[in-house]
Design a protein around this ligand. Structure first.
Ligand code: BTN
Length: 242
């Protein structure tokens, strides 16, 4: 498969690298930057992302959009999460889920994370850096709720084999994203981790119990319990792993 790729040995973060490049040149839509080693991999909400050396995939795709409204931003996020989910599903037998908003889960553990950084002009998302980290061959983690394709039983030869699967699925997801937000939401909900199960979340340092009912068009989590339905933005609640 033809991939426009910048392959780095070591970098602080592929998202940082892409962001700096964007200041001086317009790289083609779909360009992917990969690194064998990230020294300061970044996660969502200022967290760090610890990918162990060259055992995992660390990649950032650069996308440009002609007509993607900011109001459609969550559909874009859902499409990316679905493409990553699907790619992992192609390598493992067990069900793969999306933990709201866009962590990917296998065997009740996190296998992949997504960091999307958009360039906005007016009402439009003009370009986006879509950073994706997937644990592939790593078998020991400091975080207890993490897994990898290898631990999940995938018979995979190289991180590049996964990169090609993911590249194909991302390309298809962006084509389908133009057509049906409702269908994308339906697929997202049908793969949502712990949907309609009684779970605990942390909000303002307090445990709250209830059910994940879905997400709204702004990407807020709809969580219901005896106090009614609450809507939370990413960062307002913390996941409680059991
Ligand atoms: C998260 O789960 O919090 C998101 C993790 C995203 C990690 C990827 S690895 C490639 C790209 N470069 C980064 O610095 N972060 C993303």
């Amino acid at each position: 498969m033809e991939i426009n790729r910048i392959s780095l040995f070591e970098i602080d973060s592929t998202n940082n690298y892409a962001s700096n490049l964007m200041k001086s040149e317009r790289l083609p839509h779909g360009t992917v930057i990969t690194a064998q080693f990230q020294t300061q991999g970044r996660g969502q909400r200022e967290n760090s992302w610890e990918g162990a050396s060259d055992q995992n995939l660390a990649a950032t795709w650069i996308f440009h959009f002609e007509d993607l409204k900011v109001t459609h931003g969550f559909v874009y996020n859902q499409s990316i999460a679905l493409a990553v989910r699907q790619s992992i599903q192609e390598w493992v037998h067990q069900d793969v889920y999306i933990k709201w908003p866009n962590d990917i889960i296998v065997d009740d553990k996190k296998i992949a994370g997504i960091l999307i950084e958009n360039f906005i002009q007016g009402d439009d998302i003009k370009s986006s850096l879509c950073g994706i980290g997937v644990n592939i061959f790593q078998t020991h983690f400091s975080f207890p709720h993490a897994t990898s394709l290898l631990l999940a039983g995938a018979e995979i030869a190289s991180t590049d084999s996964f990169l090609f699967t993911l590249h194909k699925n991302l390309r298809e997801a962006l084509i389908h994203m133009q057509h049906s937000a409702a269908k994308i939401n339906e697929q997202y909900l049908s793969n949502l981790y712990c949907a309609n199960e009684l779970i605990a979340l942390k909000h303002n340092e307090q445990l709250i119990h209830g059910y994940i009912q879905g997400v709204d068009e702004w990407g807020r989590l709809i969580f219901t319990n005896e106090s009614g339905a609450q809507r939370y933005q990413s960062g307002e609640i913390q996941w409680v792993w059991t």
